[in-house]
Design a protein around this ligand. Structure first.
Ligand SMILES: Cc1cc2nc3c(=O)[nH]c(=O)nc-3n(C[C@H](O)[C@H](O)[C@H](O)COP(=O)(O)OP(=O)(O)OC[C@H]3O[C@@H](n4cnc5c(N)ncnc54)[C@H](O)[C@@H]3O)c2cc1C
Ligand SMILES: Cc1cc2nc3c(=O)[nH]c(=O)nc-3n(C[C@H](O)[C@H](O)[C@H](O)COP(=O)(O)O)c2cc1C
Ligand code: SF4
Length: 676
C-alpha cells in the first residue's frame, strides 16, 4: 500500500482561507516542552518536536492546550501559556519550522475552570501571589478525586474578563502568524462547565436554557474573531460522550453544533469523547476508530468540516472513516507520540514499520506527573533534536555484539545497533522473544501490549540483527558461547525474576512457611510454567495491572479466586495510566472478592494467614490450593558480573540493572544502541 491507496487521506482540503495538504492532523495534546509552567514559553525542543512531525508530512498540527490566563494554570503540569506577549515568540518559531515543510499550524486555547489548580513555583524562596481558588460557573468540584477543591462561583464581570482573555489570546495567535485556533469546549474544562447542566446551576444570563449556557462560548468566539482577525480559522473541540451520568451526551450534541454554527463564525468541529474522570485516551480494548459513530452523528447537522479521533493507528481505518463520510479529517493523538514518521511510512508503503500506539498510556502518566510526554517504546519522543532518523548514523568500525536476553531492552538495542551497522546476535532462552512484555500480553485484554515486543523483534531482524530463541546462556556454557560468537562487546539484558515467596518491600523477607504452600509468581502462571486450580489466593503488593488481571484470568478459567493486598486499594498504581476503572471493572465483573488492608504473614500448607495491618491481632485465614504472588522482583544479572570479572567489554540494560518498566528498558536499549 502507498499514498495512492489512500486518496482521501492524502487529499487537500480547506479551512477558511487555509489550504491543508492532507487530512492527517496531529490531535491537540498538551505540549510539555516549556521552560516551566509559570513561565509557559516554548523551548527549542518544542520546535524540534513539532518540526519532526511536519517534516514527515503531517498536514495540520493543532498544538494542544495553551492556557489563556495566568490565574488558570494547571498546577505543576508543563503547559504552555498564551496570556502574555512574551509567549508569542515561541509559537512563531514553531509556526515557522512547520510551515517550512508545508504543514499548517493551529493552537488550542484552554481555560480549565474548576479543573485548574493553584500553582506554586517549586523554588521555595519565591513568594507566589496566587488566586488560591479555582473558578467555575457554579460551586461544583471535579468529581474525579476525593475532596477536590470547590471553585469560586464566577461573577458577571469576571466572566466577561475571561471572555476578553480568549480574545487577547487570539490576537497573540494571529501575531505569531499561525493558521488557526481551536477553542477547547470539551473534556470538562470551563467552556464545557458553562455548557453542561451537570456543572452549570446558574439562574442568570449564563445559566438555565441552552442559549444561556452557550453564551460564554458564543461570546468567546466573537471575542476571538474580533481580536484574532478574519484570516485565522477558528474551530472548536466538543465532547461526544462524557461517559458520566448526568452530563451532556451525544443526543444533545447536534443541538449544540447547530446553535453554534448559526450564531458564530467558526470553521470546523472536532468531536472527542471523555472528561477527566472517564476515558479521553481510551484503553487498548477500544478498537481503532471507535469514535466514528459520534462524528457520523455530528456530520448530519454540521455545515463545517468534522474531525474524528480515537485510536486511529492505521491508514485503512482513516481512509474508511473519510470514504464513508463519517468525518472530513483524521486526528492522530498518541499515534504521533509513538511514531513521528507515520505519514512518511504510509506514503512509502512501509506500514509494517509503523510503531503502532498500543494505548498503554504511559504518555499520560508522564505528562500528568509534571514531566515531559514520553512514549513507552519510542524513546525519540521529546528528544527530536538529538535522536532522530538523521542522527542514527552508520558506524565507522562495526563491532560484533552479543546480546543475552530477548526482552524489550535487548530488542531495542538490537534494532538500533544493527541499524548502525553493528553485527548483533541476540540469544533468548525462551522459544519466543519479548520477555515480560510477551507475558503481560497473556493477561486478559492486554494482548495489544505484546505488539511492543513483536514490532521490536521484527524491526531488529529487518535491520540485520540475528535473533536465536531457545538458547540459554548459562555460566557453564559461557566459554562455549564466547568461543563461537567471538563478541567484541556483550550486552546483558536478562531482566528480572518475579518472586514466588511473598517477599515484599515492607517485610524485606519471604512469607513464613511459603515453602509449605503451593506458591507461585503471577509471571509463571501467565507463562504457563505454574498451574493454579481450585481455591486461589492472589497476594498483590505491586498494585499494577498484573495482580488483578492474573486473578481475572484464573477466575475465567474456573478458579475460585480472592485477591488480597496490604494496601487500602487494589490497582492503585494503574491510575496514572487511566487503567484503574478498567481494571476494577474487570475484577468486579469476574466476581472476585477483594480483601484490602491485610498482609499475608504466614502460610501453612493450604492455610493462608492474614493480619489486619491496623489491628495486627485480628487474624483472618483463607484456604488456598494455590497462592499467587505479585509482590517483589530482583534483577537477574549474574552473567554481567562474571563477564566483568573476566575483563570482558560488557554492559547491562533494562531490568537486569534494576527492575522497572518497559519505558526504561527500551530507553536504555536505545541509548546503548546509539552509543556503541
Ligand atoms: C508485575 C509486573 C508488572 C509490570 N507491568 C508493567 C506495566 O504495566 N508497564 C510497564 O511499562 N512495565 C511493566 N512491567 C515491567 C516490564 O515488563 C519490564 O520492565 C520490561 O519487560 C523489562 O525489560 P527487559 O528487556 O529488561 O527484561 P525482560 O522483559 O525480563 O527480558 C529479559 C529476557 O531475557 C531472557 N533471559 C534471561 N536470562 C537469560 C539467559 N541466561 N539466556 C538467555 N535469555 C535469558 C528472559 O527469558 C527474557 O525474555 C511489569 C513487570 C512486572 C514484573
Ligand atoms: C498526553 C496526552 C495529552 C493530551 N492533551 C490534550 C489537550 O491538551 N487537549 C485536548 O483537547 N486533548 C488532549 N488529549 C486527548 C487527545 O487529543 C486525543 O483526543 C486522545 O488521545 C484520543 O486520541 P488517540 O486515541 O489518537 O490518542 C491528550 C491526550 C494525551 C494522551
Ligand atoms: S505510551 Fe502507549 S499510549 Fe502513549 S503513545 Fe506510547 S504506545 Fe501509545
Amino acid at each position: 500500500m502507498a499514498a495512492s491507496d489512500y486518496p482521501l487521506l492524502f487529499s487537500e482540503w480547506q479551512l477558511r482561507r487555509t489550504s491543508i495538504p492532507n487530512r492527517v492532523v496531529f490531535a491537540p495534546t498538551c505540549p510539555t516542552w516549556v521552560t516551566n509552567p509559570v513561565d509557559g514559553c516554548f523551548t527549542d525542543q518544542a520546535v524540534a518536536y513539532y518540526e519532526e512531525r511536519a517534516r514527515n508530512g503531517c498536514g495540520l498540527i493543532i498544538i494542544g492546550s495553551n492556557v489563556i490566563r495566568e490565574d488558570a494554570l494547571l498546577a505543576h503540569l508543563m503547559f504552555p501559556g498564551i496570556w502574555d506577549d512574551r509567549q508569542i515568540e515561541g509559537l512563531a518559531r514553531i509556526r515557522e519550522a512547520c510551515h517550512r515543510h508545508g504543514c499548517k499550524v493551529a493552537v488550542q486555547l484552554l481555560h480549565p475552570g474548576m479543573r485548574s489548580m493553584a500553582v506554586i513555583q517549586k523554588d521555595s524562596t519565591y513568594d507566589f501571589d496566587a488566586a488560591w481558588h479555582t473558578v467555575a460557573p457554579s460551586q461544583v468540584p471535579p468529581g474525579e478525586w476525593p475532596n477536590a477543591p470547590m471553585p469560586k462561583e464566577l461573577e458577571d464581570d469576571e466572566i466577561v474578563d475571561i471572555i476578553n482573555s480568549f480574545g487577547a489570546a487570539a490576537r497573540r495567535v494571529s501575531e505569531a502568524g499561525l493558521d488557526g485556533i481551536e477553542y477547547h469546549l470539551a473534556h470538562g474544562y470551563l467552556p464545557w462547565q458553562f455548557l453542561s447542566p451537570l456543572y452549570n446551576h446558574r439562574t442568570d444570563r449564563w445559566g438555565g436554557s441552552l442559549e444561556n449556557r452557550l453564551r460564554f462560548s458564543l461570546d468567546s468566539f466573537q471575542a476571538m474573531r474580533e481580536q484574532g482577525g478574519d484570516e485565522l480559522f477558528i474551530g472548536y473541540r466538543i465532547n461526544s460522550t462524557s461517559f458520566w451520568e448526568g452530563d451532556l451526551e451525544t443526543n444533545h450534541l447536534n443541538e449544540v453544533i447547530e446553535a453554534i454554527q448559526v450564531s458564530a463564525d467558526i470553521d470546523y468541529v472536532s468531536v472527542s469523547a471523555g472528561v477527566h474522570h472517564s476515558f479521553i485516551h481510551t484503553p487498548m480494548t477500544y478498537p481503532p476508530g471507535w469514535e466514528r459513530e459520534y462524528t457520523r452523528a455530528a456530520k448530519q447537522v454540521s455545515t463545517k468540516p468534522v474531525l474524528a479521533v480515537g485510536r486511529i493507528t492505521n491508514p485503512s481505518i482513516a481512509e474508511d472513516i473519510l470514504s464513508t463520510g463519517d468525518a472530513d479529517a483524521i486526528l492522530l493523538g498518541r499515534q504521533f507520540f509513538a511514531d513521528a514518521e507515520w505519514v512518511t511510512k504510509v506514503k512509502e508503503g512501509r506500514e509494517d514499520d509503523i510503531r503502532r500506539c498500543v494505548a498503554a498510556n504511559y504518555c499520560w502518566r508522564t505528562a500528568t506527573s509534571g514531566g515531559r510526554v514520553q512514549c513507552i517504546y519510542n524513546p525519540e519522543q521529546g528528544r527530536e533534536r538529538l535522536w532522530n532518523a538523521e542522527t542514527l548514523t552508520p558506524v565507522a568500525d562495526p563491532k560484533k555484539v552479543l546480546v543475552v536476553g530477548g526482552g524489550p531492552a535487548a530488542l531495542e538495542f538490537a534494532r538500533i545497533a544493527a541499524a548502525r551497522g553493528h553485527g548483533v546476535t541476540v540469544l533468548e532462552r525462551e522459544q519466543e522473544t519479548g520477555g515480560h512484555v510477551r507475558v503481560q500480553a497473556g493477561l486478559p485484554d492486554r494482548g495489544e501490549f505484546g505488539f511492543i515486543a513483536t514490532w521490536l523483534a521484527a524491526q531488529a531482524r529487518k535491520n540485520g540483527a540475528e535473533i536465536r530463541t531457545g538458547f540459554e546462556v548459562t555460566e557453564a556454557r559461557l566459554d562455549e558461547v564466547l568461543a563461537t560468537e567471538t563478541p567484541d562487546h556483550i550486552v546483558v539484558a536478562t531482566g528480572c525474576v518475579n518472586r514466588r515467596d511473598g517477599w515484599n518491600g515492607q517485610t524485606v523477607s519471604p512469607v513464613a512457611g511459603w515453602e509449605t504452600g503451593n506458591c507461585m509468581s503471577w509471571y509463571d502462571v501467565i507463562d504457563g510454567k505454574s498451574t493454579a486450580t481450585g481455591k486461589v489466593v492472589v497476594i498483590d503488593d505491586l498494585q499494577d495491572i498484573t495482580g488483578p488481571m492474573t486473578a481475572v484470568k484464573l477466575a475465567q478459567e474456573g478458579c475460585d479466586v480472592t485477591i488480597v493486598s496490604r494496601w487500602p486499594m487494589i490497582a492503585m498504581e494503574t491510575m496514572p495510566e487511566v487503567y484503574y476503572l478498567w481494571t476494577r471493572e474487570a475484577l468486579t465483573k469476574a466476581n472476585i472478592p477483594t480483601i484490602t488492608d491485610h498482609a499475608c504473614v504466614r502460610i501453612e500448607g493450604r492455610t493462608v494467614e492474614l493480619i489486619n495491618v491496623y489491628a495486627p491481632d485480628r487474624v483472618t485465614t483463607l484456604e488456598a490450593d494455590a497462592i499467587v504472588f505479585n509482590t517483589g522482583r530482583y534483577s537477574e544479572n549474574r552473567l554481567y558480573h562474571v563477564l566483568k570479572e573476566r575483563g570482558m567489554s560488557v554492559e547491562m540494560i533494562g531490568d537486569a540493572v534494576a527492575p522497572r518498566g518497559t519505558f526504561e528498558a527500551v530507553y536504555e536499549g536505545h541509548r546503548a544502541g546509539r552509543r556503541i
